[in-house]
Design a protein around this ligand. Structure first.
Ligand code: DAH
Length: 347
């Protein structure tokens, strides 16, 4: 009996080497401990063992069975490891450089922002930035925007809770903080720091309460422009925007000014442009900017001499321009980070 047991165990150890799959393992187990298995047969032989030897033989058979069971579970573990390794593919060395490398590329909105900035840089504008969290003073009061203006409505604007106030950033301690609704706030920040003449543009992110659809997003980007010197007129403003739009969209592009109202400019205009880019959109004119001659009340707020200086300001949406340049019909694509969309603009 002992000899037979030893021989079964030895052969089992040898046979285990050939077990590679779950099916192999099942067949292997059946051969040893199945109803007609070798060990099962040996156990059935217990009936013929003399009574006094039974406890010892029984103990040995149980030991043998346990040995086989641990052999089976070791084999199963090995099979499971192989299975998961097959699922994961070849081993990865995390210390190696990423194989999919490449330097990546700029987001289409960043590309258009850079392009716009470079057009203005060529004619002497420098780029300044301001914070996205603003106070009502910079965003509205100093821009001659009264407290009953719709942009100051809680429904239109993201105000920060009382608890989020930090420091005394502006002149009024009691005012509220908000996510800036436009980049015009940077005009004020820049003029308070810099005596005239000034010639700056300021790109950045803005926020308004808006239900997202193909043309609206609660988060969007603008570029603000400000030019202050002696004897600045609407003619200079029109010339600059004509230059801008022709550089960006080609020689056939034209602008047109429509009278409008902004609290911080007088007179104020909305600017439309027309170019061959619009043919595919099936329209002649598209609005791209608001602008005007800086209101004297704004100069008063920043301590500029309203008699000596004049200036113009403008603001335009970066998304709008990117959509026209690239022929994109839904603003939401810009924010979804879908690689299939972004790759089309890689350069
Ligand atoms: N801030 C305006 C807006 O968000 C755009 C604008 C209009 C900016 C006139 C200006 C301006 O600087 O003079 O719609």
């Amino acid at each position: 009996m002992e000899k037979e047991l030893q021989s079964i165990l030895e052969r089992a150890k040898l046979g285990a080497k050939a077990v590679a799959t779950r099916a192999d393992l099942e067949a292997f187990k059946a051969r040893l401990v199945g109803p007609n298995g070798e060990l099962t047969r040996l156990m059935k032989g217990m009936a013929d063992v003399p009574k006094e030897e039974k406890p010892e033989v029984g103990r040995r058979l149980n030991e043998g069975k346990k040995e086989l069971e641990s052999l089976f579970s070791g084999l199963l573990e090995g099979i499971e490891l192989n299975e998961s390794a097959a699922r994961l593919g070849p081993p990865v060395d995390p210390s190696l450089p990423s194989p999919d490398g490449g330097p990546g590329s700029q987001h289409p909105l960043a590309q258009v922002r850079e392009e716009i900035c470079s057009v203005f840089r060529k004619v002497g504008f420098s780029v300044v930035e301001g914070p996205e969290v603003e106070t009502e003073y910079y965003c509205f009061d100093a821009l001659n925007t009264p407290s009953d203006h719709p942009a100051r409505d809680l429904q239109d604007t993201y105000y920060l809770p009382e608890s989020a106030r930090f420091g005394n950033v502006s002149k009024k301690e009691t005012e509220r903080y908000l996510l800036r609704t436009h980049t015009s706030s940077v005009q004020i920040r820049h003029m308070l720091k810099t005596p005239p003449p000034v010639r700056v543009i300021s790109p950045g992110r803005c926020f308004r309460r808006d239900t997202a659809d193909a043309t609206h997003s609660a988060n969007f980007h603008q570029i603000e422009g400000l030019y202050v010197d002696e004897d600045v007129s609407v003619k200079d403003l029109k010339a600059l925007l004509d230059y801008f739009i022709r550089t960006l969209l080609g020689k056939d592009a034209r602008t047109r000014f429509r009278p409008h109202f902004f609290p911080y400019t007088e007179p104020s205009f909305e600017v439309d442009f027309s170019s061959s880019h619009l043919e595919k959109l099936g329209t002649d004119w598209i609005e791209i900017a608001g602008c005007g001659i800086v209101h004297p009340a704004v100069f008063d707020a920043v301590g500029y001499d309203r008699e000596k200086y004049s200036g113009f300001a403008f603001g335009m949406g970066i998304e709008r321009i990117a959509m026209i340049l690239f022929g994109i019909d839904d603003i939401r694509y810009f924010y979804q980070n879908d690689i299939r969309f972004l790759q089309q603009f890689a350069r």
